[in-house]
Design a protein around this ligand. Structure first.
Ligand code: FAD
Length: 411
């Protein structure tokens, strides 16, 4: 490779992992990570958990210490990438600079979907994606008595749990009939609804938000389609994310709910790859899903494993990306861990009961995902069983005497 080296757009989980793994593999050419956030690269999961609750500081979020970059000859440039010239193999930045690349990695992540109702831009209405967002929310929580959360997805529910733990009155509004409906089984939804209610959270399910009302120039209430008005000192909007794919799209790369990549994480231009939240890729773990076997996954696991996979390819060890998807979410005393990919319609059986159980999901008779609530050992076994493609019947999964660990480790 010539001296232009690898340029990475996005100094988040996937981008930084690529840079770090390249250096670990002995890559000697220049590496530049371009990121449009002010902070040094940091982890996002604690933003809705320990950091929001004031249990860790900003230093504790850093993916690498400040000294790491110079020590590993990784240039961290604070700028926004605005243009790719694929013929010239250059990347234009909003500060006027133009960087040459031999290989370009797009790790631009995703951004929060806006709530399309009047009043959504009022002061007192928040999103949660960045450290700056979390800092604003920490201040807002300290001054608030009533929080309204729009969207019962992972981030909304984690936020609700932190607020309830801090003594705020919390209402969560959700359009679907159950919480985390797109991601988990009915059994898991129900357990988390009950757990949140025990923490004092109130739900409005199957409820649509039509407006946010202001008072004195600030958000003061969330108005539902049935006319109910729920008073709020702060409103958190957590209604999903959209991939940051515009840079790729303007460069003529294939995009469709994410930047389209192949099994080796390459885009339609072999000199450009895409990884992490912004990329849509084929995976055997989505086989048989109604939307096809190409997915976009928003998780730390996916960002890290794709960063590693790309670095391996760029250092002469190409292999198709084949990692088992896994994810976690902490909500109050409940730790949810998910291995694999499931969708509504996949069958389920429950193993265990009360506050500690796993839901095994089956598609076309084959195990496709396992949701574990306070069962970390079952989660670890599930990851291996899925990776190895081991056969497991619903009856075996539900039977506590059946040795999952043995299935995961045998032969
Ligand atoms: C509050 C919160 C809690 C989460 N909790 C969990 C969890 O518990 N478990 C889990 O697995 N996952 C969790 N996630 C998801 C996880 O953090 C993401 O999946 C992961 O960060 C994706 O990594 P990434 O590198 O693809 O994107 P990011 O980490 O988002 O990094 C992308 C970076 O690119 C920058 N960028 C975008 N466009 C440009 C451009 N044109 N020029 C320069 N820079 C650009 C962005 O500003 C951003 O800094 C959480 C996310 C959030 C927001």
């Amino acid at each position: 490779m010539s001296a232009a080296g690898v340029v990475i757009v996005g100094a988040g989980q996937a981008g930084l992992q690529t840079a770090a793994s390249l250096r670990e593999a002995g890559f000697a050419d220049p590496i530049t990570v371009v990121g449009d956030e002010e902070a040094l690269p940091y982890q996002r999961p604690p933003l809705s958990k320990a950091y929001l609750a004031g249990k860790t500081d900003a230093e504790g979020l850093l993916l690498r210490p400040a000294s790491y970059f110079a020590e590993h000859r990784i240039a961290h440039r604070r700028a926004r990438a605005t243009r790719i010239d694929r013929d010239a193999r250059t990347l234009g930045l909003d500060d006027g600079a133009v960087l040459a690349y031999d290989h370009l990695a797009l790790a631009t992540g995703s951004r929060n979907r806006a709530l399309p109702v009047p009043g959504a831009d009022l002061p007192g209405v928040y999103q949660l994606r960045s450290l700056a967002d979390a800092d604003r929310l920490r201040e807002a929580i300290a001054a608030a008595g009533r929080a309204v959360v729009v969207g019962a997805g992972f981030i909304g529910l984690e936020f609700a749990a932190v607020c309830a733990g801090r003594g705020l009155a919390v209402t969560v509004i959700e359009a679907a009939e159950r919480v985390m409906a797109r991601a988990v089984s009915e059994e898991t939804s129900e357990a988390f609804r009950v757990a949140h209610e025990a923490m004092g959270v109130t739900f409005r399910l199957q409820a649509g938000v039509v407006a946010i009302e202001g008072h004195g120039g600030r958000a003061a209430a969330v108005v539902l389609a049935d006319g109910e008005s729920i008073p709020a000192d702060l409103v958190l909007v957590g209604v999903g994310v959209v991939p940051n794919q515009e840079l790729a799209e303007r460069a003529g790369l294939a995009v469709r709910d994410g930047i389209e990549i192949d099994a080796f994480l390459a885009t339609s231009d072999p000199a450009i790859s895409a990884i992490g939240d912004c990329a849509r890729f084929p995976t055997r773990f989505a086989a048989g899903m109604s939307r096809g076997d190409r997915v976009r996954i928003e998780s730390v696991q996916n960002a890290i494993d794709q960063g590693r996979c790309l670095a391996a390819r760029l250092t002469g060890r190409p292999s198709a990306y084949d990692a088992v998807p896994w994810f976690w979410s902490d909500q109050g005393r409940h730790k949810l861990q998910i291995a694999g990919l499931a969708e509504t319609g996949d069958g389920s059986v429950v193993r265990g009961s009360g506050d500690a159980f796993s839901v095994f999901r089956f598609r076309d008779g084959r195990l496709c995902a396992v949701e574990s609530i306070n069962r970390p050992a079952e989660h670890m076994a599930a990851r291996r069983i899925l990776a190895l493609g081991r056969a497991l019947t619903p009856a075996q999964a539900a039977e506590l005497a059946f040795d999952l660990k043995a299935l995961a480790t045998a032969g």
